[in-house]
Design a protein around this ligand. Structure first.
Ligand SMILES: Nc1ncnc2c1ncn2[C@@H]1O[C@H](COP(=O)(O)OP(=O)(O)OP(=O)(O)O)[C@@H](O)[C@H]1O
Length: 264
């Protein structure tokens, strides 16, 4: 497969008033084009920092990020981000929230043909996550899960090659979260973007991913990379597959051996 992202010797130290905080130490990671990669690790181990570095929102203290073999020196082109908290604009309708990134670029304003195409694309995206008929609603009229679906559609409206997701389902109830996983897999299969998915949930990571990266406590290092050889499409039966359970246990065992998870 084609290499999309390469992290080489990434360190990150934050200089704060109370002293230096080393968040990441020697992160080496290759991510293939179209791969679904999850990062799991304890709170504060630097997961969000890795994501921000890949997005170009934060620069590393040492090491380099390469995207399509080009060293990243600013904001990553062709990347979109979804955070745990949706950041929809209260005064824009659902449809206009999805179209926001294009409006900000001025794409829809001057070209009527594009405007119609983009509206259709936004409506199709909303339909594919079960939000047909909600185009004219406003964020306050939606549930948390619906708002997060709109956020995902907004991220996808620009056809990103890379989707960065920072605990996107962390604030949702268990049932909605499960549905969101199916929705995301469907979108990922349709649009074939590369995904970097940050989560605290071992099961979620194994269910969704081609590979799971397990991180240590801060300063975050990569303890292990586990390929997840479960067939796609993933469905309810995936969870009763012995490979699924084996991988979940393997990751739990790593956290236990590190003292990150203690049974007593
Ligand atoms: N801008 C910043 N300035 C100072 N310290 C920071 C900054 N951003 C992150 N840190 C510190 O770096 C470490 C890693 O933070 P990060 O948010 O990447 O962890 P995380 O694994 O995503 O945590 P969580 O799972 O709790 O969201 C933490 O100790 C955090 O306090």
């Amino acid at each position: 497969m084609v290499k999309h992202i390469k992290l080489v010797g990434i360190d990150k130290t934050f200089h704060t008033k109370t002293g230096d905080v080393t968040a990441l130490k020697n992160i080496e990671l290759d991510i293939e084009s179209g791969e679904f990669l999850s990062v799991v690790g304890p709170s504060g181990c630097g997961k969000s920092t890795i994501m921000r570095i890949i997005a170009g929102l934060e620069s590393p203290s040492a090491g380099t990020v390469q995207i399509n073999e080009q060293e990243l020196t600013g904001i990553a082109d062709g990347a979109a981000i979804v955070f745990q908290k949706d950041v929809l604009l209260a005064w824009r309708s659902v449809l206009d929230n999805v179209l926001l990134p294009l409006d900000l670029k001025g794409i829809t304003w001057f070209d009527r043909g594009n405007h119609i195409t983009n509206r259709k694309k936004a409506i199709d995206l909303l339909e594919s996550v079960g939000l047909k008929g909600f185009e004219d609603k406003y964020p306050h009229e939606l549930s948390g899960g619906m708002r997060q679906r709109v956020s995902i559609c907004r991220a996808l409206i620009q056809d990103p090659k890379l989707l960065l997701m920072d605990e996107p389902f962390g604030a949702l109830d268990a049932l909605t979260r499960e549905q969101m996983m199916y929705d995301l897999l469907k979108l990922s299969n349709k649009y074939k973007f590369t995904t970097v998915f940050i989560t605290h949930s071992i099961e979620e990571a194994v269910f969704l991913s081609d590979r799971v990266v397990v991180m240590s406590e801060r300063p975050g290092t990569i303890l292990k990379e586990l390929p997840i050889e479960l067939v796609r499409p993933r469905d309810n039966k995936t969870r009763s597959n012995p490979v699924f359970n084996h991988k979940v246990h393997e990751i739990r065992d790593i956290f236990q051996s590190q003292g990150i998870l203690a049974e007593t």
